[in-house]
Design a protein around this ligand. Structure first.
Ligand code: FCB
Length: 503
């Protein structure tokens, strides 16, 4: 989850805080020299990443009622006048119609992805687009779900995946990139009263787990002949942090409440949701789409952070940094990969779940930042001992950290894919961002790290959640009025790196 370059005031704060604290700037660009001279493997997936909610809206000719998926909790979150008026929600209020209109213009976007030289494309399916009506919950099998599907949405996704494949791009498809159907998560009602709302999303495990598993199975059944790489959940910890723990100007997710007693259970509900989706995909994707001998690769996409103690000689800070790493990076992976649940965050898993363990083929890593940590002598959230830290610098571009997070993923015995990295001003060459990150990544691979691909966030300027269109992260600039896309300078750098295999 980014504290992006667009957040100039926050970055200034980062810089000031960090400079004061440890005497260095926000852009620590440690580059592993061993990388220079070596190249990425020929079959490495080079891609860009998008998410349905963020790119689909803004069609030039298709009516909004079809172009926008108006049945998700995020649609409600960013368009409801009362939610927007509440400044605590930090919602831009920008109309979704300012978006890039990928729903209509995806063919042009895929041309642009190919023009960059990329070989893979990460995108997402919107559950609420396929199943806008809560009647879908009556289905008890994947086959039964077919009677509730929106035919226009199904046709759209079929045409979409056909086109991705026709462009020679390997699709990596996220099934849950934050958004949930309104019928299973009424973010507004839960924002108003999270204890009494009825459509409770990730708070209601007995309801969401079977429903999201059927949806995952349906997608695997319908699209598995074109898709081999699946991602279940995007940034589970961001859902926890920005939805249930500390919604902030940087990111608010629905329902946007501050309740540690709900947030931590949600983290484990997400782990259970992942396992259920994994099993469903394995059962229903039976086709090896690209003939490489692998029918499906199913992973989750946590956002992993590099951490550092504010004062490396202070034992409390060192412990705080380790504990932030544990809570932020590891509890979800420990649960989904090893089946180890540490629900009270005391550092010891009190429950082992064989029905959850071993359900991960790769770890998709969104890597954006290093966090500098001050240790606390008492936990921030009293009931949870491992929350004994306070982040001092929330956002720091730190290329060396990309090696740390792929090594962390590999330490679970699994390959990694960088599923997101970026959020830089793409009107620069990228020499001071893209190259150092990829040099560091290649250095890790030269030292033995198993990394299968890198996806830059993002292809074209998009609707950045609560921020609307104010951030310009795309390799392609978007004219929000004409919907024209224009390549930015960093795109050329990315093309050069892909063509040479050398950052
Ligand atoms: C990540 C999200 C992605 C995008 C980037 C900038 O947290 O996964 O959708 O918003 O940040």
């Amino acid at each position: 989850m980014p504290c992006s370059s667009g957040l100039s005031s926050v970055r200034m704060l980062c810089l000031a805080a960090l400079t004061a604290a440890v005497g260095t700037g926000c852009t620590g660009k440690t580059v592993d020299d061993t990388a220079i001279g070596s190249t990425f493997p020929a079959n490495f997936m080079w891609g860009t990443a998008v998410a349905g909610f963020q790119v689909e809206p803004g069609c030039p000719t298709i009516p909004e009622s079809e172009c926008e998926d108006q049945h998700s909790d995020w649609y409600q979150w960013v368009t409801d006048p009362e939610l927007i008026a509440d400044t605590n929600n930090h919602l831009s209020g920008e109309p979704l119609s300012d978006g890039p209109g990928h729903y209509e213009l995806y063919d042009e976007d895929l041309d642009n992805a190919v023009a960059l030289g990329t070989t893979a494309f990460r995108t997402s399916i919107e559950w609420s687009r396929l199943f806008p009506d809560g009647a879908a919950e009556q289905a008890t099998t994947v086959d039964e779900l077919m009677q509730y599907v929106d035919p226009t949405a199904l046709a759209y996704y079929n045409a979409y995946f056909d086109d991705i494949v026709a462009h020679g791009l390997t699709p990596l498809v996220t099934l849950n990139h934050y958004t949930l159907p309104l019928w299973i998560h009424n973010g507004k009602a839960c924002h108003a009263d999270v204890d009494t709302c009825t459509d409770r999303g990730w708070l209601d495990l007995p309801r969401i787990k079977p429903a999201i598993a059927l949806y995952a199975g349906f997608c695997a059944q319908q699209f598995g002949d074109r898709v081999d790489w699946w991602a279940t959940e995007n940034e589970p910890f961001a859902v926890v942090l920005s939805g249930y723990l500390i919604p902030s100007a940087d990111r608010t997710n629905p329902p946007g409440v501050s309740r540690a007693d709900l947030a931590i259970p949600v983290a484990f509900n997400l782990a259970e949701g992942h396992a259920a989706m994994y099993d469903a995909i394995k059962a229903y994707d039976t086709v090896d789409a690209d003939g490489d001998g692998v029918v499906s690769m199913v992973g989750a996409v946590p956002n992993l952070v590099a951490t550092q103690p504010l004062d490396p000689t202070n034992a409390l800070d060192v412990q705080g940094a380790a504990d932030l790493d544990y809570v932020y990076n590891r509890i979800y992976l420990n649960a989904t990969i090893n089946g180890d649940f540490d629900r009270d965050l005391d550092g010891i898993a009190e429950e082992h779940r064989d029905d959850i363990a071993g359900r991960m083929d790769y770890v998709g890593v969104n890597y954006y930042t290093r966090i500098t940590v001050k240790g606390l002598s008492v936990p921030l959230f009293g009931a949870y001992p491992k929350t004994d830290f306070y982040p001092q610098v929330l956002w720091e571009e730190y290329p060396a950290g990309i090696a740390d997070v792929v090594n962390l993923a590999n330490s679970y015995g699994l390959p990694a894919v960088i599923t997101e990295n970026g959020t830089q001003p793409t009107d620069t060459s990228g020499d001071d961002f893209l190259r150092p990150h990829l040099q560091s990544l290649l250095g890790a691979m030269d030292a033995g790290a198993d990394v299968r691909g890198y996806f830059y966030w993002t292809l074209v300027d998009n609707y950045e959640w609560n921020h609307g269109m104010s951030y310009k992260f795309g390799m392609y600039d978007l004219d929000t009025t004409t919907k024209a896309r224009t390549e930015r300078p960093m795109g050329q750098t990315y093309s050069d790196i892909i063509a040479s295999g050398t950052p």
